[in-house]
Design a protein around this ligand. Structure first.
Ligand code: ARG
Length: 471
């Protein structure tokens, strides 16, 4: 059979042009969605009396058979049929005869491909919310197991104030929670139906777009046919959200890499998530976080790539837009891999509590607390800061920590010091003194965990409801 659009042409397409312009190599991934959209479209053509019921039935049965063949890997997609839409239509016509040619009535590949992308991405969004939810669950479990683990907290990668390790982990739970929320929010824009826009202007057939929308579980239809076929904002949004998730994973990766170094030795990643060196027998490399950190670059690249493709594109459809797919598929795969690995890697991570405690005992991260102690005695904070700065300098010169100083030594710097400072300086006390909403005190962190668990239940319910809606 010749090309589906061959009528106007007198010459064959140049072989290189055919290969250069085809998208079947990558858009075959949309086969399920393409058939799903076609089934709803043809059902509507029947309901509207645009096609006779017999034809509709034949086309539907044919489409189901085509999909079965696709699933069984029995179809050899061909570059000369350009893309998934024409490959499927061609296979349908070969199967049921010329009646298959009626499927494309009142439709264009422009609104068809946009519909496929919407169908594809809304499923992925639900899957990603679920994967984020699982990663959060692993972090929450580690947080619960580390409610009494004190670790230095850092700013500028310098020890700042001691915190609960649970508090540090819960920061990531909040970050991934925002990521899930962003994806959930984007769902309503993804779940908008472009089909019925035709090539750009609508169609002369009396179609029912809202019926197709309800058949496919879309909440609404695009308001403007030009916008419907040329909008790729929903993909950009996804790529942006994916970039932010990767950025978060990359920050966590960096911490895991640092923490598993001999210098920190705060955590040990399970053997199953590390690899060895071909030359240095002692090595256990944190390859997974390193690669996640590295792959963040390609996810950003895919976002910038599509932003650049769309920049300056005149309305409505342009072939440039075919470039929306590979980056999106690549981002989906990259993000899936990262999230799938991170949850079990966090769950199996060994936390070296003793080493963390040792680190806390050997630093000045309790210095703010003696400054606050002097403030409690009426000294203005700026003066207290100065006094403690001098005390710390003295300690460094004497090779001591604050808790090693005698009361007489403390009194050299201010006679406001008394015995109570030894209590104030204890790491547990330092942590628990930060008893504000969102702070690191044990009771605050325990409440944060309880809140996160309640949110987890809500997210699980959302995932359940929307994965059914997105099928
Ligand atoms: N393969 C094309 C794409 O992905 C489908 C739409 C083609 N439309 C057209 N008028 N050539 O963008």
């Amino acid at each position: 059979m010749s090309k589906l659009w061959g009528g106007r042409f007198t010459k064959k397409t140049d072989q290189l042009v055919e290969e250069y312009t085809a998208s079947i190599m990558f858009d075959k991934e949309l086969a399920e969605e393409d058939v799903q959209g076609s089934l709803a479209h043809v059902t509507m053509l029947g309901k509207q009396g645009i096609l006779p019921a017999d034809d509709v039935e034949k086309i539907k049965q044919g489409l189901v058979r085509v999909l079965e063949k696709v699933r069984a890997g029995e179809i050899e997609f061909s570059v000369s049929d350009e893309d998934i839409h024409m490959n499927i239509e061609k296979t349908l016509i070969e199967d049921i005869g010329p009646v298959g040619g009626k499927l494309h009535t009142g439709r264009s590949r422009n609104d068809q491909v946009a519909t496929d992308m919407h169908l594809y991405l809304r499923k992925r969004v639900v899957e990603f919310v679920d994967l984020l939810h699982k990663l959060q669950a692993a972090l929450i479990e580690q947080a619960k197991a580390n409610l009494d683990t004190i670790v230095p907290g850092y700013t500028h990668l310098q020890r700042a104030q001691p915190i609960l390790f649970a508090h540090h982990l819960m920061a990531y739970v909040s970050m991934f929670g925002r990521d899930a929320e962003r994806l959930q929010d984007s769902y309503k824009r993804i779940n908008t139906l472009p089909l019925g826009a035709g090539a750009l202007a609508g169609t002369t057939f009396p179609i029912d777009r809202h019926f197709v929308a309800s058949q496919l579980g879309f909440d609404r239809v695009y308001e403007n046919s030009l916008d419907a076929v040329s909008d790729r904002d929903f993909i950009l949004e996804f790529l942006s959200h994916a970039s932010i998730i990767m950025m978060h994973l990359s920050r966590l990766s960096e911490e895991l890499i640092l923490w598993s170094s001999t210098e920190f030795h705060f955590v040990e990643l399970d053997d199953a998530f590390c690899t060895g060196s071909s030359i240095m027998p002692q090595k256990k490399n944190p390859d997974v976080p390193e690669l996640v950190r590295g792959k963040t670059g390609r996810v950003y690249g895919n976002l910038i790539g599509l932003l650049t493709v769309l920049k300056s594109l005149p309305l409505a459809y342009n072939k440039d837009m075919q470039e929306d797919k590979e980056g999106m598929f690549d981002t989906v795969r990259t993000l899936q891999g990262a999230l799938q690995l991170f949850a079990p890697m966090i769950a199996t991570m060994k936390v070296n509590k003793d080493r963390m405690r040792q680190a806390v005992n050997q630093d000045f991260s309790n210095a703010t607390d003696i400054a606050d102690f002097l403030v409690g005695k009426g000294l203005p904070f700026r003066q207290a800061h100065e006094v403690i700065g001098k005390t710390v300098l003295y300690c460094i010169q004497q090779n001591k920590y604050l808790l090693d100083l005698t009361l007489d030594e403390f009194k050299q710097f201010s006679d406001l010091f008394d015995d109570r400072i030894y209590e104030v300086l204890q790491p547990e006390q330092v942590v628990n003194a930060r008893n504000v909403y969102g702070g690191t005190a044990r009771s605050q962190v325990a409440e944060a965990i309880a809140r996160a668990e309640r949110e987890q239940d809500q997210t699980a319910a959302w995932v359940k409801e929307y994965s059914e809606r997105s099928q």
